[in-house]
Design a protein around this ligand. Structure first.
Ligand code: SF4
Length: 504
């Protein structure tokens, strides 16, 4: 054995704290408590998620090879993650060969700085934006604003969220928590040049935003986008959207800057055949999305003449380094898991405190940021689930979210040590491993009837059991334990009757 200690390789860095939107200020249970008190939010979310869920089931059910498509989508993503460094270099070479420029951003700080420098080099103090979760993740709009550059979201729902100084609450339907009279108020208060007599008719609201955005499309020379896919083979990028605002942003300005998470790479152009069937059916429940825009480098005299792509890590390599957790990087952000999640349906997206809400957020966010201690809000996210498995069934790329949640719960306990839940479980284990101790514990539990009183439920217990009663009541223990009933005359009679019935 060698005496030379080579040391262990360091773990890849996580997303830096304090930049962008990957960590809220409250734990999930605390934030959910506030959100649950908003009946309008819960009504809006229940209506929207149920509608999209039914549409999705209809259009996925009509494809005889839906399961084969899911298997293929999952396999392509697994292959991508296994070969990610090689595919990213192939992608970079292809983009450069077609006149684009590739920038590598280790984290949100670098990505914000790169985009800011590129915008400043154009001399413009305004940018138009295509809906992009990567730029929300890094807090790009806020960073640009801090140096005097105004970013305009052009997706209608994102525009509502931006003008309302709000945060998106759903991956696909960011303003799901707003109703039309709230939107009218936001437009009247925040939109330049809006008609002061604007009413809350959806057509009139859409027309107001259209007029506002048209002017921006025609006058702002720089656009910032995300990407749904980046194809390693050709250097092509793709955005799918429903309003045509993306097409405007991707074709009209002189300069286009795309910020893309490194996991959005797919190996071949032909792979799009699979993903362009999986994504619209899983996200909006449509057979095809209305606008699919693809671009490759720069085409002289046609479209943006300066094209930059910023490849964003921000904790993704750390997620990739986790043998189980890396599955979360297969995600194509369709939001099907949100729409079927019974927890998300009640709380909405804000309770997750991150750009990525719902089941995928609960497994992706803690991996991007790490879980830094028992008081880290992101350490509570893996517990924001009933583990019912509906997300796994719905996911078009077969991410086993329940298993990831369990793994992250395990990691949380490993990182943060012996917490109240672990203490309660340890106590239960000690009691249940001896018949005498179990009988004594049952006797002691009988005292709970005194605590419950006439109402028959216990609403407050001391720590560590308070963790349970903070969120729910416990029914009073029964008068008789099962063992006591078994030994009683009534129990003996019931057992004799059951035996007689079984032998007849
Ligand atoms: S985890 Fe699956 S279902 Fe959820 S958003 Fe990602 S791809 Fe869609």
């Amino acid at each position: 054995m060698t005496a030379v200690g080579l040391g262990l390789p360091g773990f890849p860095p996580r997303a830096p704290d304090g930049v962008g939107f990957l960590r809220g200020t409250e734990s999930f249970p605390e934030a959910a408590h506030h959100e649950l008190a908003n009946p309008q939010l819960r009504r809006n979310i229940a209506k929207a998620t149920h509608t999209i869920r039914e549409k999705r089931l209809r259009v996925t059910g009509e494809l005889p090879d839906w399961q084969a498509l899911r298997d293929t989508g999952s396999a392509v993503k697994v292959d991508t993650l296994n070969r990610l460094p090689e595919l990213l270099e192939q992608f970079e070479a292809a983009v450069v060969a077609r006149g684009g420029v590739v920038h590598w951003a280790a984290d949100a700080i670098e990505a914000d700085a790169i985009v800011t420098e590129l915008v400043e080099a154009t001399g413009s103090r305004e940018v138009i934006k295509v809906k992009s979760m990567a730029t929300q993740e890094i807090g790009l709009n806020e960073h640009l604003e801090s140096v005097g550059i105004r970013a305009y979201e052009t997706d209608l729902a994102e525009l509502i969220v931006q003008l309302g100084h709000d945060k998106p609450s759903h991956i696909l339907v960011p303003a799901i928590h707003r109703n039309r009279s709230e939107i009218r108020e936001i437009f009247l208060n925040e939109m330049d040049g809006v008609d002061p007599n604007l009413d809350d008719d959806p057509q009139h609201l859409a027309a107001a935003s259209r007029k506002f955005l048209r002017h921006k499309f025609m006058t702002v020379p720089v656009a910032v986008s995300g990407a749904n896919f980046g194809i390693a083979e050709t250097g092509t990028l793709g955005v799918v959207e429903s309003e045509g605002n993306g097409r405007m942003c991707l074709t009209l300005p002189q300069t286009l800057i795309t910020v893309m998470g490194i996991e959005k790479i797919i190996p071949r152009f032909a792979d799009l055949e699979v993903f362009l069937q999986l994504l619209p059916r899983s996200s909006t429940g449509e057979r095809m999305n209305p606008y699919t825009s693809m671009w490759t480098g720069v085409t002289p005299g046609d479209g943006p003449q300066n094209f930059h792509v910023v490849l964003l890590d921000n904790g993704r390599t750390a997620a990739l380094a986790d043998a189980i957790g890396r599955q979360a990087l297969k995600c194509i952000r369709c939001s099907a898991c949100l729409n079927v999640c019974p927890v998300y349906e009640q709380t909405g997206g804000h309770a997750y405190g991150s750009t990525y809400p719902g089941p995928i957020g609960a497994v992706l966010t803690p991996q991007l940021t790490g879980m830094t201690g028992k008081d880290d809000p992101n350490a509570s996210l893996p517990f924001a689930s009933s583990l019912c498995g509906a997300c796994f069934d719905a996911c078009p790329v077969e991410i086993d979210i329940p298993s990831l949640l369990i793994e992250l719960r395990h990691q949380k306990v490993e990182h943060t040590g012996f917490g109240p839940e672990a203490a309660a479980m340890r106590a239960a284990s000690i009691a249940m491993s001896s018949a005498t101790r179990f009988a004594l514990a049952q006797k002691a539990a009988g005292l709970g009837r005194l605590v419950a009183g006439k109402k028959g439920t216990i609403s407050t217990l001391p720590p560590p059991l308070s963790g349970w009663t903070d969120a729910r009541d416990i029914p009073a223990p029964p008068r008789q334990t099962f063992r006591q009933w078994w030994k009683s005359a009534e129990g003996r009679a019931a057992i004799a009757e059951a035996r007689a019935e079984a032998s007849s």
